[in-house]
Write a new protein. Structure first.
Length: 581
């Protein structure tokens, strides 16, 4: 921790800790005790209110399900639903009118029943009120869930926010109780349940909700809720638990009523409101003591740390690599440390100079080693000897390979220069393709398209060969048919566009994404580079990073590929004059 580097800051920190630990410990104990008692009291009272509300909900539900049973067994309803074919007859008109009047009577028996509808299997509907086309569609859509209920009553959220719908099958109780002859729907006013909620509110901010396990019915005293948050709460599945909603934490209590649930919840901040005054008092006392401690510690530490400031300044300069000479003003422990630092500074200066000389020698030796490893005269002489042997023994293939390889290295070495013409770069890769064409015989074909204007431009060397190698090794070679590698160099306004494409195996979208990510890596780690080289990513990444180092981070390789159709690599570079030798 940076702020603990000085003795003064350490003294302030540790004395503050010694003061704060007992104070905060006491505050935590008081807070925990009061909070536990408040939560227990909340759980007890809200449990009682939830149980009382659940009893009222159960009675209310039973009342309307009993009403459905009365309608279910009504002979007039049974007769209406058993009509097999509706015709414009006086008898059926009278029957329809009588059923509507009967449903109106049933609706008047329930204070909050808005409408009652019955529907036969042909979706013919009769109700206590007129029915709109939208409601007709909603009721027909509900029949699928009713069919799944297999004779039980189903409760739904209505077609609007203020409605609850009860639905169930009507069976033929005259002839065959297993035969379904229609459906029954009762539309209730949701306000009836909300009024029940208000009767059981004990605290300000307390909320209630009733919902079923299938989340087809949910009635709440607030719109800011979701039945699923009670499932993800911390605690038991039923009873007092805690859940998090955004930045707010709630305590809730749930009671199960078969397939229904009654829940009540409240913000924990509301429950804990009575202990805020206690916490404010503790915070004020703690803050006052802390300020007093800091003032006293700063005053005392200043007398101790003042002699160390000069020593500290010298150490900073020593850490930055500068040679120092700290004045020795006293002969105590601090003076002895200053004397040792002066001696250390002199020794470090000697070691730095010695290390610099060794590094320079090491760099020169490494360059010489590379020069010995790649000696162009030795390479040309050796290739020339192999070429003469091939001519002597009449092996044209060896002669062609050696000729192409010799020209390949001659262009590649380019007298040690980094910049090469596009024409020479394309010629370089053409020799490489000739060598690979001899190696892979009929499997490999290639095309080269060089724009005359593009050929005159200059770029950094060794850009195309790794891309062509990647196309051959990981595109053409991986399939059991002939393949073609196409190399193009063209101008696009003030850009040189180099394209290498193949009709080989291609890559999946996942593999393409992996290669693109590898191109953007800043460094190649040993554990990564080996596997990437096996998959063909090392050469691509080498070219990509060289382009960025030379031309800037806005340039690089653009890859596109499709499995089974091939891969295309595009390089766009700015027009550049040839560098002077």
């Amino acid at each position: 921790m940076k702020f603990l580097r000085s003795i003064r800051s350490q003294m302030v920190f540790f004395f503050s800790i010694l003061l704060l630990l007992p104070v905060l410990g006491s505050a935590a104990y008081v807070y925990w005790t009061v909070q536990t008692n408040l939560l227990q009291s909340y759980a007890r009272h809200h449990n009682q209110s939830a149980e009382a509300l659940s009893d009222e909900i159960a009675k209310w539900r039973k009342e309307y399900e009993s009403l459905m049973l009365r309608i279910f067994g009504d002979p007039l309803v049974q007769r209406f639903l058993n009509v097999k074919e509706w015709k414009q007859t006086a008898e059926l008109f009278t029957l329809s009118s009588d059923v509507r009047n009967r449903l109106v009577a049933y609706g008047d028996s329930g204070e909050f029943a808005r409408s009652i509808f019955i529907m036969n299997n042909d979706y013919r509907i009769s109700g206590s009120t007129a029915i709109s086309p939208k409601l007709t569609v909603n009721l027909i859509n509900m029949t699928e869930k009713v069919n799944e209920a297999d004779g039980s009553s189903i409760w739904f959220n209505g077609y609007d926010e203020g409605t609850i719908v009860i639905a169930r099958h009507i069976m033929d109780n005259r002839y065959d109780l297993n035969r379904k002859i229609g459906y029954m729907f009762i539309l209730l006013d949701k306000q009836e349940v909300l009024n029940m909620f208000e009767q059981f509110i004990l605290d300000e901010g307390q909320q209630f909700a009733v919902f079923d396990n299938e989340h087809q019915l949910d009635i709440s005293s607030t719109t800011n809720w979701d039945p699923r948050m009670f499932v993800s709460g911390v605690g038991t599945a039923a009873g007092y638990s805690v859940f998090q909603s955004g930045s707010d934490k709630y305590s809730y209590f749930t009671i199960h009523l078969n397939d229904w649930n009654v829940a009540t919840w409240m913000l924990e901040s509301k429950i804990n409101e009575p202990i805020r005054n206690v916490l404010i008092a503790f915070a004020f006392v703690t803050f006052t003591l802390l300020i007093f401690t800091i003032v006293m510690v700063v005053f005392i530490s200043h007398r101790i740390t003042r002699p160390l400031q000069q020593l500290q300044s010298g150490i900073k300069h020593l850490g930055s690599g500068q040679q120092i000479q700290i004045p020795i003003l006293r002969n105590d422990e601090i003076g002895q440390v200053a004397n040792k630092l002066n001696m250390m500074s002199d020794e470090i200066a000697v070691l730095i100079e010695k290390n610099r000389e060794e590094q320079e020698k090491r760099r020169m030796l490494e360059l010489q080693t590379l020069e010995y490893q790649i000696n162009p005269h030795f390479l040309y002489n050796t290739l020339d000897s192999v070429y003469m042997l091939a001519r002597k023994y009449g092996d044209s293939r060896i002669r062609d390979i050696v000729t192409s390889l010799s020209r390949l290295f001659r262009i590649g070495l380019n007298q040690g220069q980094e910049i090469i013409s596009v024409e020479a770069e394309v010629m370089h890769v053409s020799h490489y393709l000739k060598i690979q064409g001899i190696r892979f015989e009929e499997q490999l074909h290639w095309e080269i398209d060089l724009d005359e204007e593009a050929g005159k431009q200059h770029i950094i060397k060794f850009l195309l060969q790794p891309l062509v190698e990647n196309s051959i090794m990981h595109g053409i070679r991986q399939q059991c048919r002939q393949g073609t590698v196409t190399v193009r160099a063209a101008m696009d306004k003030n850009r040189v566009v180099l394209t290498v494409s193949d009709d080989g195996q291609g890559m999946t979208a996942e593999r393409l994404a992996e290669v693109r990510r590898s191109l953007e890596r800043e460094e190649i780690e040993d554990s990564w580079s080996a596997s990437t080289m096996e998959k063909g990513g090392f050469g691509l990444r080498n070219v990509h990073q060289r382009i960025r180092l030379h031309y800037g981070s806005s340039y690089g390789i653009e890859l596109s590929s499709e499995l089974g159709k091939g891969t295309t690599a595009v390089i766009r570079l700015p027009v550049q004059q040839k560098a002077k030798s």
